[in-house]
Design a protein around this ligand. Structure first.
Ligand SMILES: Nc1ncnc2c1ncn2[C@@H]1O[C@H](COP(=O)(O)OP(=O)(O)OP(=O)(O)O)[C@@H](O)[C@H]1O
Ligand SMILES: [Mg+2]
Length: 319
C-alpha cells in the first residue's frame, strides 16, 4: 500500500456530461481515519464525485488521489483497495447471509485460507450472528444493510465509500449502522458518506455541502453551525405557512423556513424578536411558543442555498 496521510485529496475535480457540468472544480481532502460527509440535494453531484474517486468514471478536468493512488492512472489499484456500498448494493436474495459473505470475500480476493475466519469476524463485527444462515430474501431492510456493509468490507479496505447507504432504514437501525461506521473509523478506516439524513451528517468530522455541482461549504458540523449569521428562532403556531409569509415581510428577518409543523425564522439580531411576535399577533396567528434555538445542519444548508440563490437569482432550486 502507498504511504499517504490524506485518504482523499481532490484538485479542481470536475466532470461534464456533454455540455452539462455535474461536478465543478471541487477541492477537498479527507485525512486518514476521518469520516467525511458529502451533503446536497438531488442532482448536486455527490454520486458523480464518488464514481470518479472510485475509479469508475474519469474526471473531465482536475484530478484526485485516493489512498495515495492517482484516480486517472491507478484506477485498478483503487478499486481493489476500497469498499463501496450504495443503497442499491446487490445482495443475492437466493443465497443465505453467509453465502453472500462468502461470494463477496471471494470476488474481493480474500485468500481461501483466510476466508472462513474473516467471515466469522464480519458476522460478529456487524452483529449478524443468529441470522447468518437465513435466506437473504427473508431479512428485513436493516439486516440487509448490515449484511451489505459486511460484504463491502470483506477484504478489509482502508477506505469506504457509502452512497446513501442507509436510505429507507428506520432511525434506530440507522443509528446502530453508524455505530459500526464509527468503530471502523476509530480503527483507522477512512470514510466518505453521502446522506440525505441530517442527523447522520452530525457523525461526520467534516462536511462538504454540494449544490449545483459546486462545493458551497466545507467545515466541521459545529463550525458550520457557528457560521450561521443572525439569530434563529423557532415558532410553534397554528398557521405556519401564513406565519412564514408574514415573517418574510418584516425588516430584520433574513429568512423564514418551514420545518415540519414549525417555522424557523432567522433574524438579524435578538432585538427583532418583539417585532416578529407583534406582527404575528396582529395578523391573528396563535403563537404557542417562540424560542431561540441553535441551528441544525438542515438550517445551515437551507441558509447557504438561499443566500446563494439571493446572490444569483437566475439559478433555480434543483436545476
Ligand atoms: N451518466 C450521466 N449522463 C448524463 N448526466 C448524468 C450522468 N450521471 C449523472 N448525471 C447528471 O449529473 C447530475 C448529478 O448527478 P448525481 O447522481 O451525481 O447527483 P447526486 O448528488 O448523487 O443526487 P442524488 O442525491 O439524487 O443521488 C444530475 O443532474 C444527473 O442527472
Ligand atoms: Mg446520488
Amino acid at each position: 500500500m502507498n504511504a499517504y496521510s490524506n485518504a482523499i485529496e481532490t484538485f479542481d475535480l470536475s466532470r461534464h456530461f456533454g455540455s452539462f457540468t455535474a461536478v465543478d472544480n471541487i477541492n477537498f481532502y479527507v485525512p486518514k481515519g476521518e469520516i467525511f460527509g458529502l451533503l446536497g440535494p438531488n442532482g448536486a453531484g455527490k454520486t458523480t464525485t464518488i464514481r470518479m474517486l472510485c475509479g469508475i468514471i474519469r474526471p473531465s478536468a482536475g484530478n484526485a488521489s485516493v489512498l495515495g493512488f492517482d484516480i486517472r492512472k491507478d484506477a485498478e489499484e483503487i478499486k481493489k483497495n476500497i469498499g463501496y456500498m450504495s443503497q442499491k448494493f446487490s445482495l443475492y436474495d437466493d443465497l443465505t447471509a453467509i453465502e453472500n459473505l462468502n461470494f463477496y470475500a471471494s470476488i474481493y480476493g480474500v485468500p481461501r485460507s483466510d476466508r472462513s475466519k474473516r467471515i466469522q469476524n464480519l458476522i460478529d463485527q456487524s452483529g449478524l450472528r443468529g441470522v447468518e444462515k437465513e435466506l437473504t430474501s427473508s431479512l428485513s431492510g436493516a439486516w440487509r444493510q448490515r449484511l451489505a456493509l459486511a460484504c463491502a468490507i470483506a477484504h478489509k479496505p482502508p477506505m469506504l465509500f457509502l452512497d446513501e447507504a442507509t436510505a429507507g432504514v428506520d432511525p434506530l437501525s440507522r443509528r446502530e449502522f453508524w455505530d459500526l461506521i464509527y468503530e471502523m473509523a476509530s480503527e483507522g478506516i477512512s470514510i466518505l458518506a453521502t446522506t440525505h439524513y441530517m442527523d447522520e451528517a452530525e457523525y461526520c468530522n467534516t462536511i462538504g455541502m454540494m449544490y449545483q455541482a459546486q462545493m458551497i461549504a466545507l467545515a466541521s458540523p459545529d463550525t458550520l453551525k457557528d457560521s450561521m449569521p443572525g439569530v434563529l428562532v423557532q415558532i410553534t403556531c397554528d398557521q405556519p405557512l401564513r406565519a412564514q409569509e408574514i415573517s418574510d415581510q418584516i425588516p430584520g428577518v433574513m429568512d423564514a423556513a418551514i420545518h415540519g409543523v414549525r417555522l424557523h425564522v432567522t433574524l438579524k439580531d435578538e432585538k427583532q424578536v418583539n417585532n416578529l411576535t407583534s406582527a404575528l399577533q396582529t395578523a391573528g396567528i396563535q403563537v404557542t411558543e417562540i424560542e431561540t434555538i441553535l441551528p441544525s445542519l438542515e438550517d445551515v444548508f437551507i441558509n447557504m442555498v438561499e443566500s446563494r440563490l439571493k446572490a444569483n437569482p437566475q439559478d433555480s432550486f434543483g436545476g
